[in-house]
Unconditional design. Structure first.
Length: 455
């Protein structure tokens, strides 16, 4: 019996080590959660005291102890409201003591990580007096595994996994326009393919501008309502989008029905306030290598460039209510691209920066909204393509990584969902002309085997 117990323990330890190396998520769900909860239960009070996250006892507790001739009470740690295991870590919701702030927990996150033997710890305020510690049990960005079930809604798609284990969504209703920059081989194209693959499943018109002769977006063209592969056609395409935007605004004006007896909920201010039967299909404009639209060498090209940038600024300023959303990708996006560029950048609320080669490029993305994210963007190692820093105008930022999405996979998704491509009359001239998908060849039956005649 003793030998059997020893063999069982050795098998259990070996299984844990193998899972920790090959399948860290399985290891966490089988062994890691229990060990983490045990460490928190045993070390919590001492860790909070060592990290300076306790407060002295209140005066009335001191007076009560003196009156009852009892020992002086010790410092009080934040009270645990809830401990919730997740597929990647552990979430602690704490009730802060008087005098504490959420910044105290953010400043002590690195010490909490070492004390509880976790991979990462982030703190955020839930409401007044309540802070949440989100602990990650392993490096979730090393091998990205998106959860099987994600919360998708119209114009909200999952694009990456955050370093705290949560799914990072691209929500066009909340963040209409965004900028995605990064150096060569940093993962920008993978991010764009993932975005197209997820948007292709929704009722949305995809419009692309790829001035690299279409090498990035042409394989996905069956799901695009319009596609331009050079600056000249891009200028005409943007003009057509401006015309569509004006037509949508006229539709909204006709359907507003503003009168004294009309409730506020029935007054239309954008396409999402219109009845579903009248609502125009939303449009997502994806621009690959935006610098190619801003560069020029002759006077004629300069006029074309000014027309392109002016129309892009107009779409970024006015397109949201008309259901036109702009997604700009490029290696650099600074004032050296000419006039109007900084005005366009100011309208791009969402910012995503993959690995960049210099601090100036990171400042182009985050310098005006989240200066703390600049250092994180330039520290992304070369051997981790797809890792990015995502920030918004509120100043918050998080590290993400896009799951590997090959061009073949994205093309298969777009080909399979080609029937969902909306027909936009304003953009009919820019609809990609592609041959129909050839049906799969039928399998030939094997030729019958002729046996030799018997002698």
């Amino acid at each position: 019996m003793t030998n059997f117990t020893v063999a069982l323990l050795l098998l259990l330890v070996a299984t844990a080590l193998v899972l920790r190396w090959w399948r860290p998520s399985w290891y966490w769900l089988t062994f890691g959660v229990s060990l983490a909860l045990l460490r928190v239960a045993v070390r919590y009070s001492s860790v909070m005291d060592a990290c300076g996250l306790t407060v002295p006892p209140s005066r009335w507790r001191m007076a009560l102890a003196r009156a009852a001739n009892r020992p002086v009470p010790g410092p009080r740690a934040p009270r645990i409201l809830r401990a919730r295991p997740t597929r990647t870590g552990l979430v602690l919701r704490l009730k802060m003591r008087p005098g504490q702030g959420a910044f105290d927990f953010s400043a002590a996150s690195d010490r909490l990580r070492h004390s509880f033997a976790m991979y990462a710890v982030t703190a955020r305020e839930i409401r007044s007096g309540v802070v949440e510690l989100r602990m990650t049990g392993y490096d979730v960005l090393k091998r990205v595994q998106m959860p099987a079930k994600v919360d998708t809604t119209p114009m909200r798609v999952p694009v990456a996994l955050r370093d705290d284990g949560e799914v990072h969504y691209r929500d066009y209703r909340k963040v209409p326009h965004a900028l995605n920059i990064g150096a060569t081989q940093s993962g920008k194209s993978v991010y764009q393919r993932r975005l197209v693959s997820e948007l292709a499943k929704q009722h949305v018109a995809l419009v692309g501008i790829d001035c690299k002769q279409g090498v990035e977006l042409s394989p996905l063209a069956r799901r695009f309502s319009a596609l331009a592969d050079n600056p000249d056609s891009a200028a005409d395409l943007l003009e057509a989008l401006i015309g569509r935007m004006a037509d949508v605004y006229q539709l909204i004006r006709r359907e507003q029905r503003v009168s004294a007896d009309t409730s506020d909920a029935e007054i239309a201010a954008d396409i999402w306030d219109l009845p579903e039967s009248l609502r125009p299909v939303p449009v997502v404009l994806l621009i690959d290598e935006v610098a190619e639209l801003a560069l020029y060498a002759t006077k004629e090209e300069e006029k074309r460039r000014d027309r392109i940038i002016t129309n892009l600024v107009s779409l970024a300023q006015l397109g949201r209510a008309a259901g036109i959303y702009v997604e700009v990708c490029g290696q650099r996006f600074g004032s050296e691209l000419g006039k109007g560029i900084t005005m366009l950048r100011a309208q791009l609320t969402g910012r995503t920066a993959h690995r960049v080669n210099d601090e100036t490029s990171a400042n182009m993305a985050f310098g005006d909204i989240a200066p703390d994210a600049v250092l994180a963007a330039i520290q992304i190692p070369t051997e981790t393509p797809g890792v990015a820093v995502a920030a918004d105008s509120a100043g918050g930022w998080v590290r993400t990584r896009t799951p590997l999405t090959s061009l073949r996979h994205a093309a298969n998704v777009c080909n399979r969902l080609a029937d969902l491509t909306p027909e936009l009359p304003e953009l009919a001239a820019f609809r990609p002309a592609l041959p129909p998908v050839a049906p799969p060849k039928p399998l030939r039956a094997p030729a019958p085997v002729r046996l030799p005649d018997a002698a």
